[in-house]
Design a protein around this ligand. Structure first.
Ligand code: ACO
Length: 319
């Protein structure tokens, strides 16, 4: 049996930090309101001259270094992003050119906050069928460019960043299973409704969100999908060493941990300093906990995410 094993992780956060105190000067809000409702204290913002590919490249180079893998050894590059640099080519192709890889498959995945889990699962399938030996999977976002900085109900939530993993075919256990879902019936609860036509942006290019409805859906969907992942592997909650959740809101994270009967000490939480970085949030959180030594080889990780679409999913990984 061939598994996909994560052999290196990397992350990158832009230098500029925007604190809740600074947001108080932009919109009618307070550090107390933001922290109590979301768990966020600050987020990183890309510089004017930084593109999503710049963030992706930093995270990718760190993951490749950790994996001791040269870019030319990659057979597959996937970038999960909602904020690509161009309509086309894909950010994955732009990244491929930066890394000096020629010939690997390269494409983007658009599943908003669940994008990294979708991309990881796709790479796993390619590896399991023997088509691919090594893959680079990146979640990278400059979500701050989709945010209306006069809308207090959304601008306090998001941040920019990138996270990456390198996965390799292995006889040792790695990704055990992935469970992905979507329901387009919820398309209007969280959306940027604009389209590009005749060389122009047509419609509203800012993030629109019915926060309360998104919150309720996220808690329900994540509770179900983590159960699904455990049942599929005939595992009990006690088998999970670390929950690595999408970092949108500490209350959503805590609800999922409670469902799993996991103490918060076994949950990787970065939302306080990162905000919601959409497709970058899970790989960034993973990288933080691998580098600070909490996540160790051989441990069982449960990754989960939910995002616009709606899309949602969970991936169970023996690290
Ligand atoms: N500062 C101060 N007050 C605010 C702010 C703000 N930044 N934003 C909204 N308010 C006000 C509202 O106007 C409202 O005032 P009112 O009672 O006078 O009308 C009040 O606070 C309560 O607003 P609610 O929207 O009901 O607040 P809620 O407790 O639902 O928290 C939040 C809002 C944090 C957005 C929450 O609904 C949430 O986290 N939802 C999930 C959204 C999310 O995570 N989206 C990310 C993408 S999807 C995903 O990743 C899961």
């Amino acid at each position: 049996m061939t598994y996909s094993r994560i052999i290196g992780t990397g992350g990158y956060l832009p230098e500029k930090i925007l604190t809740n105190a600074e947001l108080e000067k932009l919109v009618d809000t307070s550090d107390q309101w933001i922290f109590e409702r979301t768990g966020i204290r600050s987020r990183h913002l890309a510089a004017e001259d930084q593109d999503t590919c710049d963030l992706a490249e930093e995270a990718a180079r760190r993951a490749l270094a950790a994996a001791q893998c040269d870019a030319h050894q990659l057979d597959l590059i996937i970038v999960a992003t909602t904020t690509p640099d161009r309509v086309f080519p894909s950010t994955a192709c732009l990244l491929q050119a930066r890394l000096g890889n020629h010939g690997a498959m390269a494409f983007d995945v658009q599943a908003v906050c669940s994008g990294f889990l979708y991309a990881l699962s796709i790479a796993d399938k390619f590896i399991k069928t023997g088509t691919v030996r090594r893959a680079l999977i990146v979640g990278a976002e400059i979500f701050s460019r989709l945010v209306d900085w006069t809308d207090r109900s959304t601008c306090v939530l998001f941040g920019d960043g990138a996270g990456a993993v390198v996965v390799e075919a292995s006889a040792e256990q790695g990704i055990l299973s992935s469970h992905l879902h979507a329901d387009g019936a919820y398309k209007d609860l969280l959306t940027v409704p604009a389209r590009v036509t005749q060389g122009r942006l047509n419609g509203d290019g800012f993030t629109k969100m019915q926060g309360n409805e998104v919150f309720k859906f996220a808690v329900r969907a994540l509770s179900r999908v983590v159960d699904e992942a455990l049942t599929a592997n005939q595992l009990d909650q006690s088998a999970i060493d670390w929950l690595v959740p999408h970092q949108a809101n500490i209350r959503i994270i805590a609800a999922t941990a409670k469902k799993l009967k996991l103490p918060m000490e076994k949950v990787i939480v970065t939302v306080s300093g990162h905000g919601n970085t959409s497709a970058a949030s899970v790989p960034l959180a993973l990288d933080v906990a691998v580098r600070d030594g909490r996540i160790q080889r051989g441990q069982m990780l449960l990754l989960e995410a939910v995002g616009g679409g709606f899309t949602w999913g969970a991936v169970l990984v023996k690290f």
